[in-house]
Structure formats: C-alpha cells, structure tokens
Ligand binder design. Structure first.
Ligand SMILES: [Zn+2]
Length: 312
C-alpha cells in the first residue's frame, strides 16, 4: 500500500515543477512573454533556480508560475501542491489554520495560499448550463451580514438588504452549479445571470419568488413550485417541478462555512463560493476522484494572476 502523500511531487521540488508543467503545458513550454513555443531551453546548472526556461525568441527567462495564481509567491511548488491536494480531497474544505499547522507555513501564508487555490477553482469561459430537455434550477439565498452599512428603508426595515445575497443555478441530473455573490438579488440581476448562464432551450425551475415570475426569462419554459402553498414538489407533464437541488447546494455551503471557515469578509465570499462550486462540480458521484480533481485545479491556475494583493 502506498500513501497518496508519498508521491514525489509533494516532496521534491523538481518533481513538483514537472508535474505542474505537464498539466499547464501539455504540448511543451510556452513563453508567457511572447507566446513562442520554439527555441525554448531549460536552464541548467547549480546556480539556476528550479523550473527556469529561457526563450531565445524574446530572450527572456520564465517559469510555469508566470501568469498564474502562483506568480510572485516564494512558496515552494511542492507546498502549493500539498495545499491544493488537502483542499480538493477534503469534503468540506480546509481552514487556513489547518493549512498553517499541516504545512508548517505561517498563518498569513496559509491564508494567502488558500485564497489563491480558490481562485484556481474558479470557472472561466464556460458554456451555458442546461440545454434542450434539460432542467436548470435557480434560487437565491441570504448568508451572513453585509460588511457595508446598509441604509434602512423608509419603513424602517432593512430585511434582506442587510444580508449578503447569493444566487445559484444548478443543472439537474449530473450537471454543474454556478453561484454568484450579488449586491442585490433583484429582478435585473437574476434576469442577467440567467440570460448569461443558462442555454435558452432549457427548462427553468424556481420557487414562486417574484424575482423570477414577473421577469422576462430567456428560457424555453419556466415552472415554479409554490412553497407557501406547501407544494414543494409538483408533477408537470413528465418533469418534476422542484428546486430541491439548488436548495441542497445552499445548505451544504452554509454548513461548510459555519463549520470550517466561520468568518469570511464579504469581499472574499465569491472565492468561497468558487470553492464549494468546484467541489460540487467535481464530485465523486459523477466519477471525479481526488487525482482527477487535482489535475483540474492545477489547470485552473493559468491566466489568473491576481493584479492586486488579497488583504484581510
Ligand atoms: Zn519569448
């Protein structure tokens, strides 16, 4: 029996770089400065840092870290791979405190690393959810107090306005989830999210909220289930009308946040949502194991160099 953690990439810096390079550059190294793929040589010699290449077209050196979430970090690659593996193999996530203790890095570094890994988990340039004969559920939820001060309305109630709003879409039957932290879950916002993320041939299932019922939605059919009438599931033709899948996604998120992460600043909420979405979209139930998940997250490091510092 071999422990997963005995894999060379977790202990040997050369092996760690080689593992990342094989995934980020499946066709061989690409110069991040000029985009060239020819006339690139690996730099050798004792004085050279591990993973350095030189492009003889633009004459600049680079490593696989350039232009990724790892850029400008001095954390050894093998530590990044350890952090990623812990985060993708645990069902509920890993706190910065846990990473700090397990990796032996400072708490601040652990915090920084976990946010960058979340950034790698974010989906970019994706095709819309749903399609012909497919059901997508949409719903909104409120979680935790907003960090900004919310003006009370004339009626003296702030209600949902003082809470952080989340909108999520889930394609039923082995599909993916996409969650959004929005300023206000109002009609304009949900309509835009639906138009941009759901294929127009889809069937949309929501609750009876006026956010969805009064809005023009670009979908084939829209069905609602009336919670207030104690009608949680309804059968319409051959499709069951419910929004249980998306509600379940929300409950996993809320339990996870309370159990593992406790406090999160509002400006970072989108990253935690990306982490929970990633976990759902790469779940065992649809045949994604830990190793495949590690592959997917490392492919997600590309093109996400953060141009600003992540602060608490
Ligand atoms: Zn170049």
């Amino acid at each position: 029996m071999t422990s997963v953690l005995s894999d060379k990439r977790f202990h040997d810096e050369e092996a760690a770089y080689a593992w990342v390079e094989a995934r980020v550059w499946p066709e061989g190294p690409i110069c991040p400065h000029c985009g060239g793929m020819d006339r690139i040589s690996k730099m050798g010699g004792k004085s050279t840092r591990i993973g350095v290449y030189k492009c003889y077209q633009c004459r600049k050196p680079f490593t696989v870290k350039v232009g990724t979430v790892f850029e400008a970090s001095h954390v050894p690659m093998r530590f990044w791979l350890q952090a990623m593996y812990l985060m993708i193999s645990s069902k509920k996530g890993v706190s910065s405190n846990q990473l700090h203790r397990t990796l032996g890095v400072t708490l601040k570094t652990a915090w920084f690393m976990s946010h960058r890994v979340r950034e790698a988990m974010k989906i970019v340039g994706i095709k819309p959810l749903g399609g012909a004969e497919k059901v997508v559920e949409a719903d909104e939820t409120y979680f935790g107090d907003r960090d900004i001060v919310v003006k009370r309305t004339k009626r003296g109630k702030s209600g949902h306005a003082s809470k952080r709003s989340i909108v999520a879409l889930v394609e039923r039957g082995g599909g993916s989830v996409r969650s959004f932290h929005v300023d206000h879950a109002d009609k304009a916002t949900v309509t835009k999210i639906i138009a941009e993320n759901i294929a127009s041939e889809s069937y949309l299932h929501t609750d009876e909220s006026r956010l969805y019922t009064d809005a023009p939605l670009h979908v084939a059919e829209h069905h609602t289930v009336v919670h207030s009438g104690e009608e949680y599931v309804r059968y319409e033709r051959d499709r069951t009308v419910h929004s249980n899948t998306v509600e379940n996604v929300f409950s996993v998120f809320k339990r996870g946040m309370k159990g593992i992460y406790q406090h999160c600043a509002e400006k970072h909420l989108h990253r935690y949502l990306a982490e929970f979405d990633f976990r759902y979209n790469n779940r065992v139930a649809i045949g994604v194991n830990d190793e495949a998940r590690a592959d997917r997250v490392v492919k997600g490091i590309v093109g996400k160099r953060l141009k600003y510092k992540i602060s608490h």
